[in-house]
Design a protein around this ligand. Structure first.
Ligand SMILES: *Cc1c(COP(=O)(O)O)cnc(C)c1O
Length: 171
């Protein structure tokens, strides 16, 4: 996604979301390999809408990227920004969600578990991010969906098409 949509440009990421995931993949290195410039926004524990707004007005920002911290928590004096507020800044928002939960009502459970378990209630979901205004959502095919190791890109047709045309898509 970053290589296709942000090569040679800036990608705004909250400092609190600049993570390393399993296997040693790190957001700053992913950005570098994709040829994009990581634009650090906010602080480790608190990032505000105005931090993103300043980045978007001061720099050449191709994407705002939200990365869900799947395997750690930051608690206490924290703040982050709703996807809807980010989408209003006029730059495509990409949400990297963790589990691959398709929607927060967990419709795949067919209403059998009400209320939905807490781990689902706290998990960001693909459809919810899109209806909040995310341009793209990326998620794992091999976690909750139980498929092969793969990443799935969903969202705005023009952005998906630009990713599909990129040579890395073959990989
Ligand atoms: C698991 C995860 C990934 C990587 O997805 P895989 O397809 O399992 O390699 C990326 N981002 C987040 C937020 C994750 O939780």
């Amino acid at each position: 996604v970053v290589a296709a949509l942000a090569e040679g440009r800036g990608v705004a990421v909250s400092r609190g979301e600049c993570v390393e995931i399993g296997g040693g993949f790190r957001i700053p290195e992913v950005m570098e390999r994709a040829g994009a410039r990581l634009v650090d926004v906010g602080t480790t524990n608190r990032t505000h809408r105005d931090d993103y707004a300043r980045a978007v007005s001061d720099e050449d920002i191709a994407l705002i990227m939200r990365i869900y911290p799947s395997n750690f928590t930051v608690s206490g004096f924290t703040a982050d920004v709703d996807v809807a507020d980010l989408a209003a800044l006029g730059v495509p928002v990409v949400c990297d969600v963790g589990s691959g939960l398709l929607d927060s009502s967990a419709s795949f459970l067919g209403g059998r578990l009400q209320p939905v378990p807490a781990w689902i209630a706290d998990e960001p979901a693909v459809r919810d991010a899109l209806s909040d205004g995310a341009g793209l959502v990326t998620f794992s095919g091999d976690k909750l969906l139980g498929g092969p190791q793969c990443g799935i890109i969903a969202g705005r047709a023009d952005l998906v098409a630009a990713c599909a045309r990129h040579p890395l898509m073959r990989a």
